[in-house]
Design a protein around this ligand. Structure first.
Ligand code: SF4
Ligand code: SF4
Length: 431
């Protein structure tokens, strides 16, 4: 019997579960108050506070830490990687600690899991983080060189539900063509072609249908006008588009149950925007069907919003002609994580090694130095997580030794150096 601790932090809570093989024997959502969290400047500073809260709860509920076989954590914002279960290693901890690919509370999970697993001398894993990237090269191209379409979606639930459907259909996941729509606060619609998500809308950053909280795809010219019409900061707009748009902006609530009640009470406005969201979801499903050239084994509607019979009925009216629709409401992230770890512990899957600088999906950058502008301040050298940069022996016309890439092969293209340089000396090309 394998006993597995599962850790899944959100912005104001940390969900934990204890599993014996597939069976959950403990589960709790530990709430952290604003007063507790505002003490920390950076999200990563919450690591030890949250770890202590987890240990205290386990001890209080008589869970013997020494009886744990493994710890599995929700994957954070990492370098884009293929789907699977990954052993937490130092490279992963490094990237999460620095927030190299973004900062979010989910980054804490693997940090806590790694620390506990070191103390207990057991393995720790992550499973299918949101940055799972199996997109085809064609799907990544946008119409603007320098802006790529990225794979950021509900990989954990999409993969878990797709594999569940494969079991129901009694066929290997790797042979199926599925379209999986995760319907939640954010909405992602993934094209699962023979075991790989070859295309998906970026569920976080304004791509695809609008959702209860997110804006979805916007017309570019209008977006630019909107941005410059007021004194918006970039952060304000990103927050607005990712968490304060969609239904909550139109109707003042992101709770579909409340909206359905308002529709039933005869509110036309609620009916209109709810139908508009269903329409956009259906349209995105149609786009996904085109990727599969219409060869679809099943369309899966999942996530919390799939509990809404009204929404799934509206969507089905549009897309049922495309193929059989299966509704699998909800998401059980804790169980999906436990199952991912169990597959490795029982030998049915090998744990992948996270290696942002050595893997097939390794991001790479080329640093271009405008030497004449450099004032030798060394800010960029100190900011580079991979010690790529140093000062050249040559001197520019102002008498400074300009920066040059000493280890160009180590550059991930993270752009930290270019962002920090006050004199716009550095340009990073993604290669
Ligand atoms: S982009 Fe700049 S900071 Fe990032 S790895 Fe390359 S040289 Fe270092
Ligand atoms: S490139 Fe910019 S940040 Fe780096 S040393 Fe030169 S002036 Fe300073």
């Amino acid at each position: 019997m394998k006993q597995i601790l599962v850790i899944n932090p959100g912005s104001t809570s940390t969900k934990i579960g204890v599993f014996e093989n597939e069976l959950q024997i403990h589960g709790v959502s530990l709430h952290h108050s604003t007063e507790e969290l505002t003490k920390f400047t950076e999200i990563s500073d919450q690591r030890w506070f949250r770890e202590k809260a987890i240990i205290d709860w386990l001890v209080e509920h008589s869970v013997n830490l020494d009886s744990l076989t493994a710890i599995v954590a929700r994957g954070g914002l990492l370098c884009p990687i293929p789907s699977g279960t990954y052993a937490v290693n130092e490279a992963m901890v490094h990237d999460l600690e620095l927030g190299l690919y973004g900062k979010h509370a989910c980054n804490l999970a693997a940090l806590i899991a790694y620390d506990l697993s070191q103390k207990l001398n057991i393995p720790s894993f992550i499973v299918d983080p949101v940055v799972v990237d199996e997109m085809s090269p064609l799907a990544k191209i946008s119409g603007t060189p320098g802006i790529k379409r990225a794979s950021i979606f509900h990989a954990l639930n999409q993969k878990a539900m797709a594999k569940k459907v494969a079991k129901i259909l009694n066929r290997p996941y790797a042979e199926l063509n599925l379209i999986v729509a995760h319907l939640g606060g954010g909405i992602s619609i993934g094209v699962h072609q023979q075991g790989k998500v070859v295309d998906v809308n970026n569920a976080l950053n304004g791509d695809g249908p609008f959702s209860p909280e997110r804006t979805g795809t916007l017309p570019t010219t209008e977006l630019i006008r909107y941005f410059f019409s007021k004194d918006f900061s970039t952060d304000t707009l990103i927050k607005r588009f990712s968490s304060k748009s969609g239904l909550v902006a139109h109707l003042g609530t992101n709770d579909s149950r409340v909206i359905v009640e308002r529709i039933q009470a005869g509110e036309e406005k609620a009916q209109f925007y709810f139908e508009a969201m269903a329409y956009q979801i259906a349209k995105e499903l149609g786009r996904a069907a085109a990727v599969l050239e219409g060869s679809i084994d099943s369309i899966v509607l999942t996530g919390g919003l799939a509990h809404s019979n009204k929404l799934t009925t509206l969507i089905k009216e549009y897309i049922e002609f495309l193929g059989p629709v299966i509704i699998m409401p909800g998401e059980n992230e804790l169980k999906a994580l436990a199952l991912g770890a169990l597959r490795v512990l029982t030998g049915s899957e090998r744990a992948a090694e996270y290696s942002p600088r050595g893997g097939e999906f390794m991001p790479k950058g080329r640093v271009i130095v405008h030497q004449e502008r450099c004032k030798e301040c060394s800010l960029c050298i100190n900011s580079c997580p991979y010690s790529v940069l140093g000062f050249s022996k040559g001197i520019n016309s102002k008498g400074f030794h300009p920066v040059e890439p000493m280890y160009p092969e180590k550059c991930t293209g993270c752009t930290l150096c270019a962002v920090i340089c006050p004199d716009v000396v550095l340009t990073i090309e993604r290669i």
